[in-house]
Design a protein around this ligand. Structure first.
Ligand SMILES: [Zn+2]
Ligand SMILES: [Zn+2]
Length: 288
């Protein structure tokens, strides 16, 4: 009869994630394992990205790709210098490349398409189309050894692919852009308010909370609330809102001024069957 062991969590199975900045002044998200990493967007200067990664102990040599969600400058500003200096391939759709007018060395441009997985070493990155007022906007998931992290910002509405990805995530960067009352009562002109809340702009706190409450999987450990509006949101307000419902999920508000800590996202405990002759390092569990 096979003996069943609980395999202790090795950090080789984990993903390490951080927001280097999050908001309309610049977005850059780091997702990696022990050997390789990707950045989703690079809306800070190359210098600032280098500085913040260094402070976090993250190594640029491990970054094997930059994935571009859409052409707004808060997502692409640092790409030309960063990709050129460190010779990092930039994964970008042809339409986003065209509308961004980015100048990227030709050999570093790699097109991607929704639903076609891209392997970066042991990481698998999958893109899907989102609603946002850009030419060809995409959200991403990054998977490694059964751990999935979602990067879901700049989303006008909750759509089916977002739900399907969110319910698979161990951790997610999820946009909570604005408090509906603050936006309505604030001083933005009508057309801008409509742009933000009209279904092709940004996700409100309450819509983000609806998604979280309805579709978060039992194995989700971290939720990083992202892309908060400077004028129509308050970090403490949205943190308190989610905290009431979060249970065991750690709620983090990604700052628009500084990098977050690095979070280790672990594979849920795996129970595997191994032959009895194998050295019994791990804790043995009863199968009954
Ligand atoms: Zn943005
Ligand atoms: Zn945008």
């Amino acid at each position: 009869m096979p003996v069943i062991f609980a395999v202790s969590l090795l950090n080789t199975m984990s993903l390490f994630i951080a927001s280097l900045n999050s908001g309309s002044n610049g977005n850059c998200y780091y997702i990696g394992n022990n050997n390789e990493a990707v950045l989703v967007d690079a809306g800070l200067s190359c210098r600032e990205i280098e500085k913040r990664m260094k402070r976090l102990g993250l190594i640029m040599n491990k970054v094997k790709a930059i994935f571009v969600s859409h052409e707004h400058s808060d997502h692409i500003f640092g790409i030309p210098v960063l990709s050129k200096k460190h010779q990092i391939p930039v994964y970008i759709t042809p339409r986003t490349l065209q509308s961004s007018r980015l100048s990227i060395e030709k050999h570093l441009i790699v097109p991607f398409a929704a639903s076609v997985p891209v392997n970066i070493g042991a990481l698998t990155v999958k893109a899907f189309i989102k609603f946002h007022d850009a030419d060809d906007p995409h959200s991403f998931s990054v998977t490694c050894n059964g751990v999935m992290v979602g990067i879901f910002t700049d989303i006008g509405r909750i759509c089916e692919p977002l739900i399907n990805h969110f319910r698979e995530c161990n951790a997610a960067f999820l946009e909570a852009n604005y408090d509906e009352q603050m936006l309505a009562a604030g001083g933005y002109p009508r057309h801008l308010k409509n742009r933000i809340s009209g279904g092709n702009g940004h996700l409100s706190n309450s819509l983000a909370l609806q998604l979280f409450n309805a579709y978060r999987p039992p194995f989700m450990t971290h939720l990083l609330l992202s892309h908060l509006s400077k004028n129509n949101n308050e970090p403490q307000l949205v943190h308190n809102l989610f905290k009431q419902y979060s249970g065991n999920v750690e709620i983090v508000v990604a700052s628009r001024y500084q990098e977050s800590p690095v979070y280790e996202i672990k594979n849920p405990v795996e129970v595997v069957s191994v032959p009895p002759s194998r050295p019994q390092k791990a804790l043995q569990l009863s199968i009954f």
